[in-house]
Design a protein around this ligand. Structure first.
Ligand SMILES: Cc1cc2nc3c(=O)[nH]c(=O)nc-3n(C[C@H](O)[C@H](O)[C@H](O)COP(=O)(O)O)c2cc1C
Ligand code: SF4
Ligand code: SF4
Length: 258
C-alpha cells in the first residue's frame, strides 16, 4: 500500500495543500505530476490498496480541462481516493463535482473531498500567505478524519458547489479587458526554463512569447522564470483585483466533505 498524490499545481499552492494532507497518511508518498505534457499517463500504475489524493486548482470556477483530461488517462483500479480542489479565496463553483466525475470515470473510488484555500496565483493579495497556520491545523484534522473513515463507509457525494457569494450591486465588477498572459520583458536571457515548464507547450522557442490559443494563464512560466522577468501587465492584474474584490476579500475556510 502506498499513498499516491496525483496533482496539477502550476504555481505550487495546490502542491502545498496536497503535501499537508498526504504527510498525515504517509511521509513518503509517490507523486504523479499532471503538469508534464510529455508523461504517458496511461502507463501510470495505481494499485487497488493505494490511498490516492487527487489535487487541482480552480480556474474560473472550474477544474482545468487539461488536468481533467490527463487524470482520465490514469486507471484508478478501485483505489480509495480523496479529491481536493484548491482555490484563491474566491469561489470553486462546480470543481469538486467535475473532479469526482472524472475520477469515477477512471475507476478511482472516491471516499471524500476537500475544498482548500491557497494564495491567488494571479492576484497574490487575495489569500496572501495561505495555507497559513490555521489552514494547516484544519487540513491535518481533515486528513485524520478521512483516515479514520477510510474503508468503513462509502462516500455518496451530493452535488457540492461553493456557497453563492453576494456581490455588492453598487460596485459592479469590471472584467479585465485582456487575458492575464505572461510576457518576457527586455531582461529575458533566453534560458528556456519557461518553455520547458509550460504544461501546454504554449511558449515559442524563438522569442519566448506565449501562444494565446494554447495558454491557460496558469502563471507557471512566470513563477519558474529565474530572472523574474516574465510578468502579466500590471494594469490587467489591478483590473482583475478590482473585479474580484467583493468575491475574494473576506476570508473563507477549508471544507471537508465526508
Ligand atoms: C487562470 C486562473 C483562474 C483562477 N480562477 C479562480 C477562481 O475562479 N476562484 C478562485 O477562488 N481562485 C481562482 N484562481 C486562483 C487559484 O485557484 C489558486 O491560486 C490556486 O491555489 C492556484 O494553484 P497553484 O498554486 O497550484 O497553481 C485562479 C487562478 C488562475 C491562474
Ligand atoms: S524563463 Fe525567463 S529568462 Fe528564461 S527564457 Fe523564459 S522569460 Fe526568459
Ligand atoms: S504560457 Fe500560459 S500555459 Fe504556459 S506556463 Fe505560461 S501561463 Fe501557463
Amino acid at each position: 500500500m502506498s499513498v499516491v498524490e496525483i496533482i496539477f499545481s502550476p504555481t505550487g499552492g495546490t502542491e502545498k495543500v496536497a503535501q499537508i494532507i498526504s504527510e498525515q497518511w504517509d511521509e513518503s508518498s509517490k507523486r504523479i505530476d499532471l503538469i508534464n505534457p510529455k508523461t504517458d499517463f496511461m502507463e501510470c500504475r495505481i494499485e487497488k490498496d493505494d490511498d490516492v489524493l487527487i489535487a487541482m486548482p480552480v480556474f474560473a470556477s472550474q477544474a482545468p480541462t487539461i488536468a481533467i483530461n490527463r487524470l482520465k488517462q490514469i486507471n484508478g483500479n478501485g483505489a480509495k481516493t480523496t479529491v481536493v480542489c484548491v482555490y484563491g479565496n474566491g469561489d470553486y463553483g462546480n470543481t469538486i463535482n467535475e473532479m469526482i466525475n472524472a475520477a469515477d470515470e477512471s475507476g478511482f473510488h472516491v471516499v471524500s473531498a476537500i475544498a482548500a484555500i491557497a494564495q491567488h496565483s494571479i492576484i497574490p493579495e487575495y489569500a496572501a500567505g495561505r495555507p497559513d497556520e490555521i489552514d494547516i491545523k484544519q487540513l491535518v484534522d481533515f486528513a485524520n478524519q478521512i483516515q479514520n473513515k477510510k474503508g468503513k463507509i462509502s462516500f455518496k457525494p451530493e452535488i457540492i458547489v461553493s456557497e453563492e457569494v453576494v456581490v455588492d450591486a453598487d460596485s459592479e465588477p469590471v472584467p479585465p479587458s485582456e487575458p492575464p498572459l505572461p510576457k518576457p520583458d527586455e531582461t529575458c536571457v533566453g534560458c528556456g526554463i519557461c518553455l520547458d515548464e509550460c504544461p501546454m507547450e504554449a511558449i515559442s522557442s524563438e522569442d519566448f512569447t506565449a501562444d494565446i490559443t494554447k495558454c491557460i494563464f496558469c502563471m507557471r512560466c512566470a513563477k519558474q522564470c529565474p530572472k523574474e522577468c516574465r510578468k502579466v501587465d500590471e494594469e490587467v492584474i489591478s483590473m482583475a483585483a478590482i473585479a474580484l474584490k467583493d468575491i475574494c476579500s473576506s476570508r473563507k475556510e477549508n471544507e471537508l466533505f465526508l
